[in-house]
Design a protein around this ligand. Structure first.
Ligand code: ADP
Length: 471
């Protein structure tokens, strides 16, 4: 009584009315969830209370089932098959039907093959095959069937097989299916599937919109999972193929460059022998030709060494460790101090981060970028800036010069092996430096690119993403 008085007081305090959920206890059986709405009204000048009690068991069941569906779908402990089974059990419960499962269908060959089922049935067992036209799932193929289809949710239901001309069908005659509720899943490049829920007992109630939405939700989840699975398999296969082809290429580059070294050494040493032993018998032309040959052999050695280094970036790299890039740049500048002094270069180094990486390779990366910045500086003494900036979850470290720059159309090509934009008479080099840089950065999970204006200078940027990044 006290509680009732309190309740009346609450309603009278709230001008707009009052709503709450409660459990109603019918005379027999389980309490049912109900919604109580009450508001104050005035009848004949006297304040009265108008209250309505609404049975909300259907809404509660819907909410419960949806919550359960999300829980099952998000459960990291379950495999896809376990989730599917749990979801079909849930569907049977929700639709009040005996069993459910996915089936593969092929309208062209009129095939229907049960993939799995959530309960026991004499005929509807995994692997069982029937003509599609003998099943209720034919409603998705045969437009003339009088099932209760819903285009919005792509579901169909049959609760009265005789009225819907299924009385001759195997599913009805032999399997004894009296009620059906299903949906069709078409997945790109895959066989068609249907989800069926059936019962050997007739279902009195027609299928509700909420049930259609629920089945549609189930279908969407499975479609998403299947597509994701297919996508993951494709990605994994592609990665494996790429890794294999990469490995083959590396082995080839290694073997070729390694095996080429020996005959090249022979050519070089015999050229040197000719130079030293027969120098007095050679005329000017002869000497010049020998010089060309020595020069060519030397260039070839550099190229082979470069290729060898290139082929070893992945296979001979050191395990990653925290590397202070400021210390790396100090070492590189020490190595290049003669060149820097000779060219009167000015080099500014900003604050640089510590990243997880291969120290030697990072040294090689910045050595190549700095050497290029000094080499392609144009007529003025080189001006170079090394800086780092945070970009979201990655560090971008850049080496900028004020040199000759690169035409926009050439900015991708220079990262290819042996690609050069100038003759050796103009600038010395093998064309492998930037290709090495790219491979090193890629091994660190990053990316390298250049921004440049011809005549204005170039900025080479290398991005080091998390988890390589260390604050
Ligand atoms: P190499 O310097 O041995 O030729 P790289 O792979 O290091 O080989 O560079 C490829 C080409 O890219 C160079 O030949 C040059 O034309 C161009 N290049 C590289 N760095 C710069 C730079 N800082 N400024 C202008 N051009 C550059």
């Amino acid at each position: 009584m006290e509680a009732f008085r309190e309740f009346v007081d609450t309603v009278f305090e709230e001008e707009a009315g009052w709503t709450d959920e409660l459990s109603c206890l019918p005379k027999e059986g389980e309490p049912i969830p109900a919604e109580l709405s009450a508001s104050k009204i005035t009848v004949d000048g006297r304040p009265c209370m108008l209250s309505i009690v609404r049975d909300i068991s259907e809404r509660k069941a819907r909410e419960r089932a949806q919550r359960r569906l999300y829980e099952i779908a998000a459960d990291p402990e379950r495999s896809f098959d376990e989730k599917l089974r749990a979801i079909f059990d849930l569907g049977c419960d929700r639709f009040d039907l005996e069993l459910g499962g996915p089936a593969r269908i092929d309208p062209e060959t009129d095939r229907f093959v049960v993939e799995a089922v959530s309960g026991d049935h004499e005929h509807l067992r995994p692997g069982a095959e029937v003509s599609l036209s003998e099943t209720y799932c034919r409603v998705f193929v045969d437009e003339t069937d009088a099932a209760e289809n819903d285009a919005a949710t792509d579901t169909a239901s049959i609760t009265d097989p005789e009225a819907t001309e299924f009385e001759g069908a195997t599913a009805y005659e032999e399997f004894g299916v009296e009620s059906y509720f299903g949906t069709r899943l078409s997945i790109a490049d895959d066989l068609d599937r249907t989800f069926f829920f059936v019962s050997t007992a007739p279902r009195e109630e027609p299928v509700t919109d909420a049930e259609r939405t629920f089945l549609d939700l189930m279908g969407q989840w499975v479609r998403y999972e299947l597509e994701r699975e297919r996508y993951e398999v494709t990605v994994e296969e592609t990665i494996e193929r790429l890794e294999q082809s990469n490995e083959r290429l590396e082995r080839f580059a290694y073997a070729a460059s390694h095996d080429l070294q020996e005959p090249l050494r022979m050519v070089s040493s015999y050229l040197q022998l000719i130079e030293s032993r027969y120098a007095d018998r050679l005329d000017d032309d002869g000497e010049e030709f020998i010089d060309f040959a020595v020069d060519g052999a030397e260039r070839m050695r550099e190229m082979i060494d470069g290729l060898l280094a290139y082929s070893r970036i992945e296979t001979r790299g050191e395990p990653f460790e925290p590397v202070d890039l400021e210390a790396v740049i100090d070492d590189v500048l020490a190595d290049l101090r003669l060149r820097i002094a000779e060219s009167d270069a000015k080099i500014d180094v900003g604050d640089l981060p510590t990243v997880d990486g291969d120290r030697n390779q990072l040294h090689q990366l910045f050595q190549n970028l700095l050497t290029n910045a000094l080499e392609y500086s144009g007529d003025e003494p080189p001006r170079v800036e090394i800086a780092a900036r945070r970009d979201g979850r990655q560090w971008i470290v850049s080496v900028s010069d004020e040199g000759i720059g690169i035409e926009p159309g050439e900015q991708e090509r220079i990262f290819e092996v042996f690609e050069r934009l100038h003759s050796r008479a103009e600038y010395d080099g093998t064309g492998i430096g930037l290709a090495l840089c790219q491979r090193i950065v890629e091994r660190h999970g990053g990316d390298i690119w250049v921004n440049s204006e011809p005549g204005e200078g170039s900025t080479f940027s290398a991005a080091f993403p998390d988890p390589v990044v260390r604050e």
